[in-house]
Design a protein around this ligand. Structure first.
Ligand SMILES: C[S@@+](CC[C@H](N)C(=O)[O-])C[C@H]1O[C@@H](n2cnc3c(N)ncnc32)[C@H](O)[C@@H]1O
Length: 338
């Protein structure tokens, strides 16, 4: 890891998007992501997968910089697909936009009759659009229904999680996904309040957290509701379990020479990516072998030393970039069983 360790979800809260919506069109660490993938995307017909299409900023840049590539882009948010579909209409011949959760990548590629891909990009987390649309419920600074589902057609909302999960489970979620030290205190207050009346809106939860926390805990780490909101969002969308399946699946889909770049926005995501890449870049040989046979050789070569951070200039221009950490890897060998 280079530089500082960012706070969980720093800059990715309700105030992460500018009110005028300008941040909507600023893809994070764009040139660095493209440069990292570039050596794998020079051949005509190379396939690049954008697993997190969002508003299509990275995808559009991939299509313009690499005129020979075919793009497959996934998003679980139908509104994101609609908006980026309009943006990418001029490239429709070379782009397939698919409504899918990114751990469904193998099935999506099967359906499109694509065997292997040359590039994969993940730009994790919520989009500025999701943050800016108050009624999606991601924002702690605006009162809104407590929803937080990236795909609003399926699954439990944040309000349902808050109103129905056993207290112990809520404490676990706040600790694990929000790194919230005051989880017990917050959950006791939630349980007391939900017994009187179920939660529906964000403002009541924000106020409750403010009241429940001791003064000292409120002095650090920005908005005291930030960690609880992050934890609920990760639970509602199953973010870490999906990512845990998706990164290995994406590595497996890479052709030899293919490259993967992942932008994370909090330490839990980044840790997971780091572990998968590190495992792929290590030999699986039993210790003590004088010569390491081919089948035990690493499948990946790391393209970043630790995680790369955005420049100060980028962060000054686009606050949403502040917590970003970029990791990349190149596939250098087939799996032994393949
Ligand atoms: C940070 S935004 C991507 C922004 C995009 N790179 C751009 O330049 O506009 C992340 C997007 O990934 C989507 N997303 C998050 N988790 C997902 C998942 N598990 N499967 C598919 N899409 C997901 C979100 O709906 C959101 O639109």
């Amino acid at each position: 890891m280079q530089g500082r360790e960012a706070l969980p979800d720093e800059g990715d809260g309700a105030d992460g998007g500018r009110p005028d919506g300008q941040s909507r069109h600023v893809p994070v660490m764009l040139d660095r992501c493209l440069d990292m993938l570039a050596p794998a995307l020079t051949e005509p017909g190379a396939v690049v997968v954008d697993c997190t299409l969002g508003l299509g900023g990275h995808s559009e840049a991939l299509l313009t910089r690499f005129p020979g590539v075919r793009l497959v882009a996934l998003d679980r948010d139908k509104e994101a697909l609609r908006l980026s579909g309009e943006r990418l209409a001029p490239y429709a011949e070379r782009a397939s936009l698919v409504h899918a959760v990114y751990d469904e990548l193998p099935e999506v590629l099967d359906r499109l009759d694509i065997d292997r891909v040359q590039g994969v990009l993940f730009d994790l987390g919520v989009s500025s659009m999701q943050l800016d649309e108050a009624d999606r419920g991601f924002a702690y600074a605006q009162d809104a229904p407590l929803d937080m589902r990236m795909d609003q057609t399926t699954g439990m909302s944040a309000a349902e999680v808050l109103n129905t999960y056993p207290p112990g489970e809520l404490v676990r979620i706040l600790r694990a996904y929000g790194e919230e030290k005051q989880a017990k205190r917050i959950v006791s207050a939630v349980v007391r309040e939900r017994d009187k009346e179920p939660f529906t809106n964000s403002a009541r939860l924000v106020e409750l957290i403010r009241d429940a926390l001791p003064q000292a805990a409120k002095r650090t780490g920005g908005n005291p509701a930030k960690r609880t909101f992050q934890a609920l969002r990760i639970e509602v969308n199953g973010e870490l379990s999906v990512l845990e399946r998706a990164i290995p699946a994406a590595v497996k889909a890479l052709a030899v020479g293919g490259r993967i770049a992942v932008l994370s926005y909090h330490s839990l995501e980044d840790r997971l990516v780091k572990q998968v890449f590190a495992a792929g870049a290590a030999t699986t040989a039993p210790p003590g072998l004088p010569v390491v046979p081919e089948r035990y050789q690493p499948r990946l070569k790391l393209l970043t030393r630790g995680a790369e951070l955005p420049t100060e200039e980028e962060v000054a221009e686009n606050r949403r970039a502040a917590p970003a950490r970029l990791r990349g890897a190149q596939r250098i060998r087939e799996d032994s069983a393949e």
